[in-house]
Design a protein around this ligand. Structure first.
Ligand code: NAP
Length: 276
């Protein structure tokens, strides 16, 4: 069995040219495409992610506006900042880094973003449209998973897919996108019983758990397709939610790093330039 290594770079590169052109055309028309990134607190992963996005938007010819707020900022203040950005015509899109500190309801923050500036499909208008199947701009990471599967020619219609994780930004929307593509989807979470029994029957496993090497070889069948969304830092090394030993049984898998994350960042830029 040949195994397909589903790297993110060729998928991201397909979007790069068009996005660069849009940003450059906007500049010629006097508009500098601007991504506002809001980070509340000191979560290292959020800062790493923020820095990558800042670098990418600058590479593509746009600019970033970073808003760094202390960890004890009140929810109301974060929402007020977002409302101001909604009205600021120099800001093209708004992306708050999740998770927010515990005293802040991330859903309420997301809901405050104007639909036309909402990069990660957090506002209720965008979420409603997406769940109804009318909004192609789902959250960026789920869109990245689907773009990768499509690029590498993985068939979805009628396939049994197990998604591990049910967060609003990854698990739930990726399951919905797969459903829109006619896959038969099971969503698992921390209260799921006999998880391995379910994953062993799956043609495709999407791991979005946030636990290093959570999916082990005994949990999957021979020939499984693996989409590893996880980003975990172990001894200073980035590892996914899937044990690398699973690769030996997989017909296709996304590496970590170099898989979903690369495409996800480009999807942020795609969403940023959708209205320009
Ligand atoms: P999250 O909000 O923490 O959600 C984790 C999900 O995993 C929850 O639904 C949780 O279930 C479930 N879970 C936890 N332990 C479990 C267990 N033992 N068995 C089954 N399910 C379990 O995380 P997230 O924001 O969705 O992110 C998931 C992972 O993707 C993280 O590693 C994150 O860093 C990564 N990520 C990567 C990208 C990218 O671009 N590659 C983007 C975003 C996130 P409950 O709901 O029951 O608690």
């Amino acid at each position: 069995m040949t195994t397909i290594l589903m790297r993110g770079k060729p998928v991201a590169d397909k979007y790069r040219e068009l996005i660069t052109k849009k940003i450059s055309d906007a500049k010629e028309n006097g508009k500098l495409v601007t991504l506002a990134v809001i980070v509340v607190g000191d979560d290292p992963a959020s800062h790493v992610y923020k820095n990558r996005l800042v670098k990418l938007i600058e590479d593509l010819g746009g600019q970033a506006k970073e808003l760094l707020l202390p960890a004890d900022t009140e929810e109301e203040e974060v929402i007020n900042v977002i409302k101001k950005m909604n009205r600021n015509r120099y800001i093209t899109g708004i992306l708050p880094m999740m998770p927010m500190p515990k005293h802040i309801n991330g859903d309420a923050v997301g809901a405050a973003i104007a639909a036309n500036k909402d990069i990660d499909c957090l506002s209720y208008d965008n979420l409603g449209g997406f769940f109804a199947g009318n909004n192609p701009y789902a959250a960026c990471t789920p869109r990245a998973c689907l773009a990768i599967l499509e690029h590498y020619g993985i068939e979805l219609a009628g396939k049994k897919v197990v998604v591990i994780g049910r967060s609003n930004v990854v698990g739930k929307p990726v399951a919905m996108l797969l459903l829109h593509k006619n896959a038969t989807v099971t969503i698992c979470h921390s209260k799921t019983q006999n998880l391995a029994e379910l994953t062993r029957k799956a043609d495709i496993v999407v791991a979005a758990v946030g636990k290093a090497c959570f999916v082990t070889p005994d949990m999957v069948k021979e020939g499984v397709v693996i989409v590893d969304v996880g980003i975990n830092s172990v001894d200073g090394k980035l590892v996914g939610d899937v044990d690398p030993a699973v690769e030996a049984k997989a017909s296709a898998f996304t590496p970590v790093p170099g898989g979903v994350g690369v495409v996800s960042n480009m999807m942020v830029m795609d969403a940023l330039t959708r209205h320009i």
